[in-house]
Design a binder for this molecule. Structure first.
Ligand code: MN
Ligand code: MN
Length: 309
């Protein structure tokens, strides 16, 4: 039988990569034959973490059915965020911490979902349940995922379990959690050499909301103004991608990881839903969202509600 492929969502973040690597390692230790792969190139933040712990980025795949009939999903479940031919393979397992939508399977499966801040936190529990020791480098990449998803525990998605998991993993990986964590987050905020097209696609996800197709991109920075110095180019790139991909609405969330606020740039329809969702008035298509750092908890539910009533 061909290897089972393990992967996170498209436009992979550190959790999508780290959870695929660690869950694949765990399943192999339990006797399965799996390989961690990725649905895109790794970000600079993830590259920093992989290099720090001496690991290679997983191979990038475009389709799965050409090489396997079975896949394990981590850090996502929605079909439009998964591999393009997800309907041609069997999903035998999902480990995730997102809303459940658009997933249907022909057969029974393992489904592990918990409302914690990071998939790697759940993967750590599965390691413990199975009494499998975690190698130093795997622990390092897992704690990187927790730091990334929770913005060093400042995100409202972060739970006590995420923080204890990260501390436990930091002990195994032998790193100073706060120091390493901030260095890794900062490595992901280097926007200087990115084009507008790259900026709006780096960490973008699609969500069906009511009868609208909504695209939400997020960029973590230490200087929000620096990104908006390219506002005209960003708007042009967003209009083009909206047209090309039939997105009704595009919301770019630019998050300052140091002060934990975001500025959004919204282009498309209905703009009134954006203003209603966040109780703001857009000015030049922009609005400040105080205290907003989490797409999953502070952007997607509010927009979904505004678009589905
Ligand atoms: Mn993710
Ligand atoms: Mn995640």
């Amino acid at each position: 039988m061909s290897k089972i492929l393990v992967f996170g969502h498209k436009n992979p973040d550190t959790d999508a990569i780290a959870s695929a690597i660690s869950f694949s390692y765990l399943q192999n230790a339990l006797g399965k034959e799996t390989e961690a792969v990725a649905l895109g190139e790794v970000s600079e933040e993830t590259a920093y973490a992989l290099e720090y712990f001496g690991m290679e980025a997983p191979r990038v795949i475009e389709t799965a059915a050409n090489e396997t009939n079975t896949v394990y999903l981590v850090d996502h479940n929605e079909a439009q965020q998964s591999v393009s031919d997800i309907h041609d393979v069997e999903i035998a397992s999902v480990v995730d911490h997102h809303r459940i939508a658009n997933i249907d399977t022909a057969n029974p499966l393992y489904y592990r979902a918990e409302p914690v801040g990071c998939t790697a936190t759940i993967v750590l529990k599965i390691f413990k349940e199975n009494n499998i020791a975690i190698p130093k480098n795997i622990a390092g990449i897992m704690l990187s995922a927790i730091v990334s998803d929770t913005l060093l525990f400042k995100s409202p998605t972060s739970t006590q379990e995420d923080e204890s998991a990260a501390r436990e993993l930091a002990d195994i990986a032998e790193v100073e959690l706060e120091v390493y964590g901030l260095d890794m987050l900062k490595a992901g905020t280097n926007m200087g050499d990115k084009t507008a097209e790259e900026l709006i696609d780096m960490d973008a996800k699609s969500f069906p909301m009511g009868d609208k197709n909504v695209r939400i991109a997020q960029i973590n920075v230490v200087d929000v103004e620096d990104v908006f110095s390219k506002q005209a180019q960003l708007e042009k790139a967003i209009q083009q991608t909206n047209l090309a991909n039939h997105y009704d609405l595009f919301v770019l969330v630019v998050t300052n990881i140091l002060d934990s606020d975001s500025v959004i740039l919204a282009i498309g329809n209905p703009i009134a839903a954006v203003e209603e969702a966040f109780n703001v008035k857009l000015d030049s298509n922009k609005a400040v969202l105080k205290g907003v750092v989490s797409r999953k908890k502070q952007v997607v539910p509010q927009l979904t509600e505004a678009l589905t009533k």
